[in-house]
Design a protein around this ligand. Sequence first.
Ligand code: FAS
Ligand code: PHB
Length: 402
Amino acid sequence: MQTLTTQVAIIGAGPSGLLLGQLLNRAGIDNVIIERVSGEYVLGRIRAGILEQGFVDLAREAGAAYRLDEEGAVHEGFSIAQGDRAHRIDLKTLTGGDVVVCYGQVEVTRDLMQLRAAAGATTFYHAADAKIHEPLSANSRVTFRYEDQDYELVCDFVAGCDGFHGISRQTIPQKLRTEHERVYPFGWLGVLSETPPVADEIMYCKSQRGFALASMRSNTISRYYLQVPIDEKVENWTDALFWAELRRRLPKVCADRLVTGASIEKSIAPLRSFVCEEMRYGNLFLVGDAAHIVPPTGAKGLNLAASDVAILYQALRRVYDDDDRSSLARYTEVALRRVWHGERFSWWMTNMLHNFGDMTVDGMAGATFSRFMQSQLDYYLGSENGRRVIAEQYVGLPYEKI
Ligand code: FAS
Ligand code: PHB
């Protein structure tokens, strides 16, 4: 067994782990990242595309926003279409100046990986069988296997940035974890294509046939999603079938100008709302998807991971700069306050924009639930105040100082 020591052990080299690692590096706080797969594999996962201002500000603080500032597209609004009618949510006007930035999570992750490599910070990719030991003691450590060698990483703190299927959340005893979950009865079939986007801004489409989302990564790369049944298989969808169904769900003016092409990525993501209401266990802190999951309808997943990172980073700075551990005790409370706002907004948008068909929802017939949701959507789109409620949450509620 080879023994290493660090101040913060980070499990996971997704955006949470890499962003936290970059902030700690700039603050001179030693950290080691342990990642189960390769960096290429992490970069192969096509996920989020919309960054809140809070995320952009944190990336700038981390010195990781050069390309983001260069290539990210500022979006001052987005649309919600119902059939052929599109309602624009003017983010900038309705929030007094706030906007979002369209820049793929893959690019954020790539930038952070390159910065970490340039800084010479230690990252173990292909690290297997990671386990967290004695998180309640002063001898916390993470063991793992790397290139047929057993390692023990002794640390002050462990940041569990290992996503929904990681080990960190499971390290917190079940009796201390209160978990809330809503699994939606459908998924999102996503396609990435080297085709010009169908609109300049993102468009969420509610149609009788089901939800669709028209997004983008640049003015030459488009990202589209279709609501599909929960048991749908991606192999059932040829590109031709995907484009034909997307056309049926877009407003006619968009459908007529849709440019189709070969998919460069195609996958189905399940939709769930999930929150683990304990995000700390001694020296272990859960961050991002390790603690919570949102349906992507509100573009919140990656952005909630960033606010967790910001809060934990502030608390760790206090420990190492001021020898003050008091903030650590407030991590769960402060992080969850913003998480639940993101969860609620994502659940609300998902309920309003998806077609639940004749499924029973919240104890009522699908047709009844759909009437309530249609009335709710009409009300919020039909007034400036209603659109402002959507806009304020879409750009992201303020980060809370710990
Ligand atoms: P991640 O899951 O990204 O990263 C966790 C990392 O930990 C992974 O690299 C994993 O390999 C590693 N890991 C896991 N177990 C480990 C172990 N035992 N040892 C070592 N390493 C381990 N959000 C949006 O805002 N918009 C979207 O459109 C959107 N689409 C999504 C589609 C899918 C299919 C998924 C799964 C998520 C999507 N999300 C979306 C949410 C997504 O962007 C997450 O919020 C974001 O990846 C969170 O980042 P992390 O917390 O770093 O978790
Ligand atoms: C995306 O571009 O991948 C995207 C945009 C907005 C969402 C979800 C995903 O709400």
